[in-house]
Ligand binder design. Sequence first.
Ligand code: GDD
Length: 378
Amino acid sequence: MVTQDFPPEYGGIQTYSYEHARRLYGQCGWFGLICPDKPGAPAVDEGLDFPVYRIKTRNELLILPLLRKLPGLLTEHSVDAMFHSQWQTAAASIRARNRGRIKKVFVAAHIRELLFNPYEKLPGLGRAFERYKKWVLREADHFYPVSDYTAGQLKKLGVEDDRLTVVINGTDPERFHPVDVRELKKELGLGRKKILLTITRLVPRKGIDTVLMALAHIRKEIPDIHHLIVGDGPDRSRLENLAKELSLTEQVTFTGRIPYEMLNRYYNLGDLFVMPSRTRIPDIEGFGIVFLEANSCGLPVIGSDSGGIPSAILHGETGLIIPEGDAGILARETIRLFKDEKRMHKLGDQGRKRVLREANWDVLSARLFTDMKARMNL
Ligand code: GDD
């Protein structure tokens, strides 16, 4: 398996790669992972049972470094297939397959990486990157998009129906589960507040500004409402200023990044999880693992109709989907939910049941592995 993104950094592709890697290892005869080296990597790798080959990069994509590294690894180990968390790193594997060294090249698809060209402003390099993408999309044996929306984008880019299978993202219900956090709530000074929770990297597309604008209305109906924003990122100071401008500083807490081990407890602080992401091409939500993490803790969720979110939230069953960018509707639906506790609990309950039934990494990784195995005639 090759991934550009892996812990100790956090984010959706990191979670996807970490969770699938641990389970693919359990299903394969031999499994190894290749990813970039990062500060803090040894602490992560020590906890893993399979070999992790960290490649030192200066933040470049693992295209050329992998062309150098892979042939040696394929000599040391007998490998049937390569699985790439992103298409960009697939060149070395396609070359190895074309030379008969491996049988198949499989590629996951999230969304942003399909639409984003880092060399856009450098015409020659930008065009070469697009040609490279077309080649990988044509040559890879099979794609695993994480949502119906991402599958649609792959089709638009020329990938035929029979070369793609949707395997949605999941979560780990043993890691994310209901737990009593009254003490932590008190410590944070949130006492009896009703908590609207968002856990995310703070980037503009996550639509937190829409939540803040909705909050200005919500507090008129629900005076003890509080928005707890967990995570960090480049949009933080803009959001903090917006909260000040809207006179919401008493109603909003920014916790910053929370360590992995604490995340479950922070989810449990919430009464309702919200993340009304916006479409800012190429920045689009491919799925939204955080909705499942919240559901897994028994929280109902509200997201927007942007990108792959409709694959993450079953509207009316595990949460609600509202039109993106609409603070008015978000405020109305939030107020309705807080005034109907029975419905809130039902949505949260059904969310956790869905995670246990079908949206967990154990089930999804087994599906991914079985599908790949069948395609290799193993
Ligand atoms: N430890 C820690 N601390 N983890 C965090 C924090 C934090 O403060 N904030 C967010 N995370 C973790 C969440 O727990 C979750 O597992 C992950 O970072 C965020 O995943 P997504 O909600 O899926 O969003 P993304 O934008 O980073 O990921 C992209 O790829 C995903 C994978 O396919 C998007 O396209 C997503 O929509 C897509 O699901």
